[in-house]
Design a protein around this ligand. Sequence first.
Ligand SMILES: Nc1ncnc2c1ncn2[C@@H]1O[C@H](COP(=O)(O)OP(=O)(O)O)[C@@H](O)[C@H]1O
Ligand SMILES: [Mg+2]
Length: 335
Amino acid sequence: MLTEPAIRADQVGKRFGRTRVLDRLELEVPTGVIYGLLGPNGAGKTTLVRILTTLLSPDSGRAFVLGRDVVAQPQRVREVIGLTGQYAAVDDLISARENLYLIGRLLSLRPRAARVRAAELLDAFGLSEVAGTRVRDYSGGMRRRLDLAASLVGRPAVLFLDEPTTGLDLASRNQLWDMIRGLAADGTTVLLTTQYLEEADRLAGRVMVIDHGRTVAEGTPAELKGLAGGQVLEVRPLDPGDVGGATAVLAGLAGAGRPVVAEDLLTVRVPDDERVAAAARNLDVAGIPVRHFVVRLPSLDEAFLAITGQHAEAAPALPSGAMQVGATTKEGASR
Ligand SMILES: Nc1ncnc2c1ncn2[C@@H]1O[C@H](COP(=O)(O)OP(=O)(O)O)[C@@H](O)[C@H]1O
Ligand SMILES: [Mg+2]
């Protein structure tokens, strides 16, 4: 028997009223990997996760988790999955320990086993010290950690994380990323949706980009960056007073993109190495010394823009250092 993928969606379609939210979507996630599902708001990510976790029926197509049919065998699917939804699912008015204990009992653990499992998870997620405190008084990061812990009580083989770190500060996100990596290292398959391209880049071995319910790209993050074409040149003048001059030099580079300025860092898309060499020469001729001159692959964020044709736009209240696909407008929607 060929190894069955952990998750498989075959031509899955879903409409809400007259809106087609998923359009014959195909997905195949091998066992034991972290797989990223990317897309702007409204792309259909949550809808797909809800179908794969048996919370919603597809209108057409079929989907399987570890070979179990999400429509025909929902109970058998639920036995092997965990879900951390986009919105917190734990009870605010009781403590973390009580939440985890209750979930264990709901999953038919005996009282003692439920207590042991709760304690293990509280420890693993750094929540032991606040285990008796009402969840209402937790910080956002603590709450998300509890959410993740809650989805792990039943030791799921396949874990679905729907925007697990949205709204978290960078430190909390890093902490959660480490935990997710640890789960994958232990053999859990993780399907992760995110608007943060950096998150997918750091965590996921493969990603699929969907837009308007359709797949627009699939591959490793590096392959997706390759789709954006070319490379990115970063320049930081030695003297911040030279930013204007350096921008003018880079803007004059034939075949290059428009330079983007962020404080004293200039970024410009260049098609090939010759243009990189030309940039170095022209800066020298202009008498502008630089202290940073680096060529890199496009970021996943830049690739996303190239692939979908949508502008990545920062959402309000974005945690610092985050990149987000926040496109809400769409020109030429027939993609
Ligand atoms: N229960 C629902 N009823 C009607 N429309 C819905 C419902 N759930 C989602 N949608 C619509 O489906 C589209 C995809 O939503 P969703 O799957 O939540 O996208 P994402 O998670 O990628 O932001 C959106 O246009 C959304 O408004
Ligand atoms: Mg969503």
